[in-house]
Design a protein. Structure first.
Length: 185
């Protein structure tokens, strides 16, 4: 039973910049730079037939390439922080792509995602980090900002069940089409 999700890959130069943010946070398990990504839709553990339906349905996505930028750091978990992440600067194109993935997954028969979509790149999973330690870390490094990068495809990843996720394997890549941009005009 594969565990799958759709995502945008992080270019190597941006991933390298993110690795410079490592350290200085007790209890952090830092994500390997090869596993940095922006999740579009977590699908979860599904049988092979559903995985094939998902892969087939994603072929219908017809969107133009777009640019993204990472801007700032934040954490999930409030008083019991569980992850530190790089925020994605607001992008209408990203939100539209994610909404399309959500609609397609519901057509395959998956339940709607219950959480509000927050585009991000997880940098570390936290174990026993205090909210004060996380606040100090964010105050020192929170002004992080990447150069813009072009998104020309999204991928269907699989992963094995493990603590902290990864390693992730690209099962299929779906190019975004410049032709879609011309049709929209």
């Amino acid at each position: 039973m594969p565990r799958i999700f759709t995502a945008i890959e992080i270019p190597a130069d941006v991933a390298q910049m993110l690795t410079f943010l490592r350290g200085g946070l007790p209890g952090a398990r830092w994500i390997d730079q090869d596993n940095y990504h922006i999740t579009l839709r977590f699908i979860g553990d599904v049988d092979v037939n559903v995985a094939q339906d998902v892969a087939s349905m994603l072929d219908s996505v017809n969107r133009a390439p777009f640019e993204l930028r990472l801007e700032g750091l934040a954490s999930f978990g409030g008083k019991k922080p569980r992850a530190v992440f790089a925020e994605v600067a607001p992008s209408a194109a990203l939100m539209e792509l994610q909404a399309e993935h959500e609609r397609l997954m519901q057509r395959v028969g998956l339940e709607p995602e219950g959480r509000k979509y927050t585009p991000h790149v997880t940098l570390a999973r936290l174990r026993d980090s205090s909210s004060r330690q996380v606040a100090d870390y964010l105050s020192e490094r929170g002004s992080f900002r990447s150069a813009p990068f072009r998104v020309e495809r999204f991928v269907l990843y699989s992963s094995r069940a493990s603590v902290g996720g990864g390693p992730y394997v690209v099962e299929e890549a779906y190019p975004l089409s410049a032709l879609a941009a011309r049709r929209a005009v």
